[in-house]
Ligand binder design. Structure first.
Ligand SMILES: *[C@@H]1O[C@H](CO)[C@@H](O)[C@H](O)[C@H]1NC(C)=O
Ligand SMILES: *[C@@H]1O[C@H](CO)[C@@H](O)[C@H](O)[C@H]1NC(C)=O
Ligand SMILES: *[C@@H]1O[C@H](CO)[C@@H](O)[C@H](O)[C@H]1NC(C)=O
Ligand SMILES: *[C@@H]1O[C@H](CO)[C@@H](O)[C@H](O)[C@H]1NC(C)=O
Ligand SMILES: *[C@@H]1O[C@H](CO)[C@@H](O)[C@H](O)[C@H]1NC(C)=O
Ligand SMILES: *[C@@H]1O[C@H](CO)[C@@H](O)[C@H](O)[C@H]1NC(C)=O
Ligand SMILES: *[C@@H]1O[C@H](CO)[C@@H](O)[C@H](O)[C@H]1NC(C)=O
Ligand SMILES: *[C@@H]1O[C@H](CO)[C@@H](O)[C@H](O)[C@H]1NC(C)=O
Ligand SMILES: *[C@@H]1O[C@H](CO)[C@@H](O)[C@H](O)[C@H]1NC(C)=O
Ligand SMILES: *[C@@H]1O[C@H](CO)[C@@H](O)[C@H](O)[C@H]1NC(C)=O
Ligand SMILES: *[C@@H]1O[C@H](CO)[C@@H](O)[C@H](O)[C@H]1NC(C)=O
Length: 619
């Protein structure tokens, strides 16, 4: 289906391309050739390099034991498996990577010789063998086993090609994830078909609580030789089922199942992996419906994934300019656009937490990281999906009581600053996205602005009493209503002020004049932390010459102090300030950088009831 696209983003006239249309099927002009999913996969970029559909839940790639936050990195570390759930672009702990498969041989075909645990089985891949394309990922390991994969929305199709060694190909499944966060898991292996069903409870990588994950694995193209389960470094054919717990005292139990095959003539074993957050049955259904014939479907599934990406990128066009843009620049551009549609993931139909006909998106990782650029861009280049994302946020508010700031793996994630879903909603409002219940949206925004939750570490805003009485978030606030990390008083003040501007914007659009005035007034609160005579010095003591910076302020109105250079590479103090590392009055940036963060207009208050005239658009 081709959604109507009300906007066409013209990128003028920076970059000449040899084409002005990406619907051309000539492969040398195919837009997908300008996308390189490997960009940003080293040095902490943590982006997903594998196969997936736009906003796809199934994300298949090789997992390494080096920089594996998103599964794969060409950082010269080793492959530990191939799994079908991942996140893109997150920091901190690795996310997902549940139930990795690993193809290998056992020396002399003796089961006891097979390395089962991650550290024992890990092997490198052949340099130059990695192929990463939209909808497709492949590489050859140093044991000469070739792996390739493609995906549908909730299932992955792998092909493992085993060279002829005279040994029986083995594929094992590990009851773990990238972070080794498994709390418990179970597996059963069908003796006849080799089919594996598994489920487990895991932890979200940046949030509270836990989630369940399910997988349904079926093999095709080779006859089953034997099957069984493994625990730590030993496997056996006696048992076909297993339940494992968390382990004990840092001893993480390694366990799973395996299937050995008679090597088929062409050496290729096809593996269909259905995934689900609802049940094993649903995982199998997803697999059967989306990949009915694993032996025949690979090329068609890959082609469908490529078409889905071409379609999603089609609203963006480059008009040839008169200076030549490097191929590298074009690749950066198109890869950047491609990356805006990996996370959040469309988990509609895969939410076990509540019954609803509304869409459900997950992997908001976090809205604090995405509200400035990704969501406003999607509002323009993919309004149909952005509208569904907003509806999902509102449905989450309806069922969990709060708009999320961060959300992953069906859990609440840690809030980094303000209630920035408010910004996503206001952006959708002023850009006229359709099918959204704006009264519900406004209710959710006012909830953020007025009600302090007990746990503001993962929803809403903290310090609202001070916000309403002092008109800033004080340094060392006294807040007995709710609890969160009591830091970031400057960045939270700036973000709450902009959040309130967003509430005011929607209030005005809904003709709620009193609310509009109230939140417009609060949107100027950032001024209360601006210290006009504050200076800033280089580490060598030289005055930068700039005067006037944000500073923290105590409840009694006395200024506290944070060096404007802190939380930056030029700091004499901490260079990195997060929730847990050097919590400071600014979050993950210096006061210098936050100087730029008052995007709302600062017109004389109050402009109502004489609203801005038509020549001045205060939005
Ligand atoms: C594809 O496009 C290239 C560059 O415009 C051109 O040289 C080539 O002949 C085209 N091939 C086909 C099959 O149309
Ligand atoms: C990768 O695995 C090989 C064995 O295949 C081992 O020799 C090597 O040390 C491993 N490399 C790393 C970085 O762990
Ligand atoms: C692959 O390349 C890296 C760096 O270029 C090198 O360190 C490594 O030894 C190579 N590995 C193999 C298996 O050739
Ligand atoms: C697995 O762990 C979860 C979370 O700790 C728990 O709710 C569940 O009951 C456990 N399952 C089994 C079968 O013990
Ligand atoms: C390998 O051979 C099997 C059985 O002959 C066939 O069904 C399958 O399509 C072949 N796979 C590939 C990748 O050629
Ligand atoms: C490119 O186009 C611009 C605007 O039309 C013009 O001013 C400029 O001289 C051109 N540059 C070259 C290198 O032709
Ligand atoms: C949204 O709709 C309003 C009212 O019809 C219109 O004035 C405004 O220009 C529209 N905004 C966009 C971004 O299309
Ligand atoms: C707000 O008031 C204007 C002018 O009276 C009207 O055109 C508009 O439809 C109203 N909007 C809403 C959401 O009620
Ligand atoms: C101090 O550092 C700044 C920035 O690097 C530099 O411009 C300035 O010359 C230095 N001053 C002295 C006295 O070294
Ligand atoms: C305000 O509170 C701070 C911190 O308790 C204290 O250092 C400062 O002296 C107080 N200022 C006044 C004017 O009381
Ligand atoms: C509209 O606002 C602009 C900018 O404040 C001002 O220059 C202009 O005179 C105003 N026009 C009217 C008709 O009030």
């Amino acid at each position: 289906m081709r959604p109507l696209q009300p906007y066409l983003l013209h990128i003028l006239p920076l970059l000449p391309l040899t084409h002005s249309s990406n619907t051309n099927t000539n492969s040398s002009t195919d837009i997908l050739t300008h996308i390189n999913p490997l960009i940003g996969t080293t040095n902490g970029g943590n982006v997903f390099a594998g196969a997936n559909l736009p906003y796809g839940m199934a994300k298949a790639v090789a997992d390494v034991d080096g920089q594996n936050t998103a599964g794969f990195s060409p950082d010269n570390s080793n492959i530990t498996g191939f799994s079908a759930l991942h996140d893109s672009g997150t920091g901190g702990n690795p996310s997902l990577g549940n139930f990795p498969l690993f193809p290998q041989y056992c020396v002399d075909d003796v089961l006891d010789n097979c390395p089962f645990p991650k550290s024992a089985r890990a092997v490198h891949y052949q340099n130059g063998s990695v192929v990463a394309r939209p909808g497709y990922f492949a590489l050859t390991m140093t044991n000469d086993i070739h792996a390739e994969m493609t995906t549908t929305q909730h299932a992955a199709l792998f092909r493992f090609n085993f060279p002829d060694t005279g040994l029986s190909p083995m594929i094992l499944l590990d009851l773990t994830d990238l972070w080794e966060s498994r709390q418990n898991a179970s597996i059963s292996v069908d003796e006849r078909t080799g089919g594996i069903r598994a489920s487990g409870t895991f932890l979200p990588s940046f949030g509270a609580g836990e989630y369940a994950s399910y997988v349904c694995v079926d093999f095709a193209g080779a006859r089953v030789k034997d099957t069984g389960v493994w625990v730590n470094d030993a496997g056996g054919v006696e048992r076909k089922e297993l339940f494992v717990t968390r382990g004990f005292n840092n001893f993480y139990l390694q366990a799973g199942g395996f299937v050995r095959f008679e090597r088929p003539g062409n050496g290729t074993v096809s593996v269909r992996v259905g995934v689900s957050y609802v049940s094993t049955k649903k995982a199998c259904e997803n697999a059967r419906v989306e990949i009915p014939s694993p032996l025949e479907d690979f090329d068609a599934i890959r082609a469908a994934a490529e078409d889905a990406w071409r379609e999603k990128l089609s609203p963006v066009e480059m008009t040839p300019g008169n200076t030549s843009a490097s191929a590298a620049l074009q690749t950066m551009f198109w890869t950047g656009i491609y990356r805006t549609m990996l996370d959040p993931q469309d988990l509609t139909g895969e939410n076990p937490l509540w019954e609803s006909a509304e869409p459900y998106f997950d992997s908001f990782y976090c809205i604090w990281d995405a509200f400035r650029a990704q969501h406003p861009l999607l509002t323009i280049i993919d309004p149909t999906t952005q509208s569904r994302i907003v509806r999902s946020l509102l449905d989450t508010y309806r069922h969990e009581g709060w708009l999320p700031d961060c959300r992953m793996s069906l859990c609440k994630g840690w809030t980094q600053g303000g209630s920035n879903a408010d910004v996503v909603l206001a952006d959708a409002f002023v850009k006229n996205l359709t099918d959204i219940d704006w009264n519900l949206a406004y209710e959710a925004m006012v909830n953020d602005a007025e009600n302090e939750p007990l746990e503001w570490s993962y929803q809403g805003r903290g310090g609202l009493q001070s916000w309403k009485t002092l008109n800033y978030i004080p340094y060392h606030d006294f807040d007995y209503l709710g609890f969160g990390t009591n830091s970031r008083s400057i960045s939270r003040t700036l973000e709450y002020a902009y959040n309130d501007f967003c509430v005011a914007t929607v209030a005005r659009g809904l003709n709620k004049t009193d609310d509009y005035l109230k939140y417009l007034a609060r949107s100027t609160n950032w001024k209360n932390l601006f210290k006009p005579d504050q200076r800033s010095f280089f580490p060598n003591g030289t005055d930068t010459g700039f005067v006037g910076f944000f500073q923290p302020k105590y409840r009694n109105g006395t200024w506290a102090h944070q060096d404007p250079m802190d939380c930056s590479p030029l700091a004499t103090g901490p260079t990195w300030c997060s929730l847990t590392s050097n919590p400071s009055e600014t979050f993950e940036s210096s006061i210098w950088e936050y100087q730029l963060y008052a995007p709302q207009p600062s017109y004389p208050y109050p402009p109502y009831p004489n609203p801005p005239n038509t020549t001045t658009n205060y939005y």
